[in-house]
Design a protein around this ligand. Structure first.
Ligand code: G3I
Length: 452
């Protein structure tokens, strides 16, 4: 009751203050409370930021209030490989440098997506081997360029269709139409080989509509189960969660999805949240509307903090002054800050939720070292994994009971063994080039091998 009373008083004060919004939390930040709880809360850098065409308040608020960042467009295929095998990392580097200078985690968005693919790729429509080579080269190059700097990738984005009987998105996708669904498996294996320490996500929208039979969310959970059984190195799912103010059932649907993925040992991240009002309604919105928006934001934050396998809470924009909602989505006013960069009641709602969940009660899916640099030094002393192949005998070091998985270059599993000590014979694996993954707990090592 205590929190509820303070929550309503805060919201009332925030919405009734004169011409603009103001927060009741002047000397605390979302960032500090997120870090104390072992979580990442953040938002995108809009394309205007990359083009130095945004107000100075944007960056000041962004680096003060948040501890995770993702590029709205600048790490997508068309931005990073505009011409075949000609890469442009300038804008992505600008974000990585900003993130490193300000202690922000970086999400990479997105490697394999049917949209915003560079136009030259369509020259190879239907050519399976060429498209596999193009996608592998893209992933090797982009993930390799930011190895150790991008903590997590949306490896595949929006590959499930929008039908009620969910299945793969089989049209208007150069990857699916040219390669088939195996492009997803291969993308994850290649991304892991390029940066074994990066978290690897499958990201999609409408996953917040519930785990009913044949729903998109249920289809994704089935795929994650299959991938895990086949040794495909997925570690997270991203629920974009672009919703409207009337979508009141969605927070509990996200909780159910988190619980389903927890059983598979996979993290769930909210990756693109916005809670919009109908386009054109901005002038009619009043205190009650913004309080309702805040209440829905709070429910998502409550779910996020209470589910132990949720790691990142990313909002798809900082200010209503720069939001895809108005330009492309037929919605408006969906973010935490208004067009004058004033915090809306939704900002206070998130703060109230954070304070209502003490750090001692919030579990983190991440190692403590991510939030406490001092701990990094001690963890660095842990013995490193290593592998050596002689003939078909794979010798391992740095682990007492490792899992070994061998994949061909298309990412198809070729061999697997658990509780390996010392060495293992790679029986039944034909001659050729492979990728071996060695895992023990949080430690993982990928290595290319040739079986002669
Ligand atoms: O860069 C060009 C510029 O040169 C040109 O003058 C201008 C006018 O046409 O267009 C600019 O490109 C725009 C690009 O954003 C960069 O601003 C594209 O037209 C526009 O379509 C593109 O929209 C982005 C959209 O993805 C494309 O699908 C939005 O900013 C971005 O917020 C949105 O983000 C997606 C996520 O990646 C995936 N999940 C859904 C989410 C919302 O659609």
């Amino acid at each position: 009751m205590k929190h509820t009373l303070s929550f309503s008083r805060i919201v009332l004060s925030a919405t009734l203050i004169g011409a603009g919004f103001s927060s009741a939390f002047a000397d605390e930040t979302i960032r500090d409370l997120a870090k104390e709880r072992g979580r990442f809360i953040g938002t995108i850098l809009n394309s205007e930021w990359f083009n130095d065409a945004i107000e100075p308040e944007f960056e000041e608020i962004h680096k003060t209030q948040f501890n995770v960042v993702v590029a709205e467009n600048e790490m997508k295929f068309d931005a990073t490989e505009p011409s075949e095998n000609k890469f442009n990392y300038t804008k992505g580097d600008k974000m990585v440098e900003y993130a490193q200078a300000n202690g922000l985690r970086v999400r990479g968005h997105a490697l394999a997506w049917h949209s915003q693919v560079a136009s030259w790729v369509s020259n190879y429509s239907g050519q399976k081997e060429k498209l596999l080579s193009v996608l592998k080269n893209h992933i090797d190059s982009v993930v390799g360029h930011w190895k150790g700097k991008v903590a997590e990738w949306d490896v595949v984005n929006e590959a499930v269709n929008d039908e009620y009987d969910a299945g793969w998105r089989s049209t208007n996708s150069v990857w699916y139409e040219g390669i088939g669904p195996e492009f997803l498996d291969s993308a994850f294996v290649w991304a892991h080989a390029a940066d074994p320490d990066a978290e690897l996500c499958y990201n999609d929208y409408s996953l917040e509509w519930g785990l009913r039979e044949k729903s998109k969310a249920s289809f994704v959970v089935e795929q994650v189960k299959r991938w895990k059984e086949n040794g495909i190195p997925i570690t997270c799912v991203g629920t974009q969660t672009h919703i409207e103010i009337s979508h009141e059932t969605t927070p509990q649907n996200v909780r159910a999805l988190a619980k389903a993925l927890a059983e598979l040992g996979v993290t769930l991240n909210i990756t693109e949240l916005d809670i919009g009002f109908p386009k054109g309604s901005a002038d009619q919105l009043g205190a009650d509307d913004y309080a309702k928006q805040g209440h829905l934001y709070r429910q998502f934050m409550d779910v996020f903090l209470e589910e132990p396998n949720m790691g990142e809470f990313v909002i798809w924009g900082l200010t209503d002054a720069h939001s895809w909602l108005d330009d492309q989505q037929g919605k408006t006013q969906g973010l935490l800050y208004d067009k004058q960069y004033k915090p809306k009641p939704a900002f206070d709602s998130i703060m109230v939720s954070l304070k209502a969940h003490p750090a001692s009660e919030v579990k983190s899916p991440y190692p403590e070292s991510l939030f406490n640099p001092e701990a990094i030094k001690s963890s660095a002393k842990s013995t490193k994994l290593s592998m050596n192949l002689v003939g078909r005998t794979l010798s391992i070091a740095g682990a007492t009971a490792a899992r070994i998985d061998v994949f061909d270059i298309q990412g198809r599993p070729a061999f697997s063994a658990r509780n390996v000590k010392g060495s293992v014979e790679l029986q039944g694996v034909s001659k050729g080039l492979y990728v071996v993954r060695m895992q023990e707990g949080p430690k993982s090592l990928m290595q290319k091998i040739t079986i002669k």
